[in-house]
Ligand binder design. Structure first.
Ligand code: BYC
Length: 318
C-alpha cells in the first residue's frame, strides 16, 4: 500500500477515536511527536522530584514528611511509566536519559525555579500539580494507547498530590500572620511560572495544530491555561490569598476570567536553559546517573542471569 493511503487509513482511525497501538502503522512524524512529548513529560517528572526533594528532610511534621515522600516517589514512578511508553515507539531509554543529562532535552520550565520556603511545597502541589492535572486529564484520551493508559494512573496520583499541596496552603493561610505571609509569597512566586507550564500561546505554538489533528492533544495550550485560571481563582479566594495579577477580572461576556500578559521572554529564557536552577537540576541528574551506574549494572547482570537460568531450565525440560 502506498504511503498516502496508509496516511488516510490512519487519519480515519484517529477521527473514529480508535486507539493507535505500538504495532500499528503510524506516520513517522506522529511517532516522533509522541517520542518528543512523552520523553519531555518523563524528564519533567524526574526533574520535578528535585525541588520537592529539597524539603523532605525539613518537612514540619512526620505526617507532612510521609505525604511528601510518597508524592516524590510517585513522580519517580510516573517517569518510569512514561519512559516505558516512549520505548514502545522504538526510543531507547538510555538515549533519552543521555539527552537529559547533556542538557539537550526539554523538560517543564516550572522545575527550574527554587523552593525557598515550606510554603513552596504547598504552592507546588496546589498550582503546579493543579496545572499538570488540567493538562493530563485530556491526555487520558490521547490517541496513542500506551500513553493514554499510563496517564490514567498518573492522573489518579496527581489528584492526591494536588490535595496534599492545597491542604498545606489551607493550614498556612489559617495560621499565624507569618505563615499567611509565607503562603502569599509562595503564591506570588509560583503563579506566573504555573501559567507558563501550558506552553506558548496557540498562535505561537508550533506543534498544537498537528497534535490536535492527530488527537495527541485534545485541548490547546490557551484553552487549558484559561481553564486553570478559572479553577484557581475561587481556590485562592477560599484561602484568603491574592493572585498577583492586577488585570485578573471576571468577564461576564466570555464566562471566563481575563488575566494579564505573560512574560514570554522569561519563559523562553528558562526553556533555553537560563532559568534560576537549570544548571543545578542538570548537575543533580548527571550526578545521580553517575553514582547510580553500579545499581543499573547490577540489575542488568541479575536480569541476564535470570534469563539464562530460565533458558537452561527450558532446555532441560525439552
Ligand atoms: N516547558 O508547540 P508547543 C508534572 C516547548 S510534569 C518547557 O506548544 P507542544 C509534574 C515544547 O516542548 C509537567 N518547554 O509544544 C511533575 C516545544 O519545544 P520542542 C509536564 C515547553 O508539545 C512532577 C516548544 O516549547 N507535563 O506535571 O504542542 C511534580 C513549542 O511548544 C513548555 C507534560 O509534559 C514548558 N512549559 O505543547 C509535579 C505534559 N511548553 O519540543 C508535576 C505533556 C512548551 O519543539 N506535554 N514547551 O523543542 C504536553 O502536553 C505538551 O508537550 C505541552 C507543550 C503542552 C507541554
Amino acid at each position: 500500500m502506498i504511503e498516502k493511503d496508509l496516511n488516510q487509513i490512519f487519519q480515519t482511525r484517529i477521527d473514529a477515536d480508535e486507539k493507535i497501538e505500538a504495532r500499528d502503522w503510524m506516520p513517522e512524524k506522529y511517532r516522533q511527536t509522541l517520542i518528543r512529548q512523552i520523553s519531555q513529560h518523563a524528564h519533567s517528572e524526574v526533574v520535578g522530584m528535585l525541588p520537592e526533594g529539597n524539603w523532605i528532610t525539613r518537612a514540619p511534621s512526620l505526617r507532612r514528611k510521609v505525604a511528601l515522600l510518597a508524592k516524590v516517589q510517585d513522580e519517580a514512578g510516573h517517569g518510569l511509566y512514561l519512559y516505558s511508553a516512549a520505548e514502545t515507539l522504538g526510543a531507547k531509554r538510555s538515549d533519552l536519559l543521555q539527552q537529559l543529562i547533556d542538557g539537550t532535552a526539554k523538560y517543564s520550565s516550572i522545575f527550574n525555579y527554587p523552593t525557598l520556603t515550606w510554603a513552596d511545597i504547598g504552592a507546588i502541589g496546589w498550582l503546579v500539580d493543579g496545572a499538570a492535572i488540567m493538562n493530563q486529564v485530556m491526555l487520558c484520551r490521547t490517541s496513542y494507547g500506551p500513553y493514554a493508559r499510563a496517564m490514567v494512573r498518573i492522573c489518579k496520583e496527581e489528584s492526591f498530590h494536588q490535595r496534599q499541596g492545597y491542604e498545606i496552603m489551607i493550614a498556612l493561610s489559617q495560621g499565624s500572620e507569618e505563615q499567611k505571609a509565607m503562603a502569599q509569597d509562595a503564591l506570588n512566586r509560583w503563579w506566573w511560572p504555573s501559567l507558563m507550564m501550558f506552553g506558548p500561546n496557540d498562535d505561537e505554538s508550533k506543534h498544537t495544530a498537528q497534535s490536535m489533528a492527530w488527537r495527541i492533544k485534545r485541548k490547546t495550550n490557551d484553552e487549558l491555561r484559561q481553564a486553570f485560571v478559572d479553577a484557581s481563582v475561587p481556590q485562592a479566594e477560599y484561602l484568603g490569598l491574592t493572585i498577583p495579577d492586577e488585570y485578573l477580572k471576571w468577564n461576564e461576556e466570555r464566562g471566563h476570567y481575563d488575566f494579564g500578559p505573560i512574560d514570554w521572554d522569561e519563559f523562553w529564557q528558562v526553556v533555553k536553559g537560563y532559568g534560576p536552577c537549570n544548571a543545578e537540576r542538570i548537575a543533580a541528574r548527571r550526578k545521580s546517573q553517575e553514582e547510580g551506574k553500579w545499581v543499573q549494572e547490577a540489575a542488568m547482570a541479575y536480569a541476564r542471569k535470570r534469563k539464562q537460568r530460565s533458558q537452561d531450565q527450558k532446555t532441560k525440560v525439552a
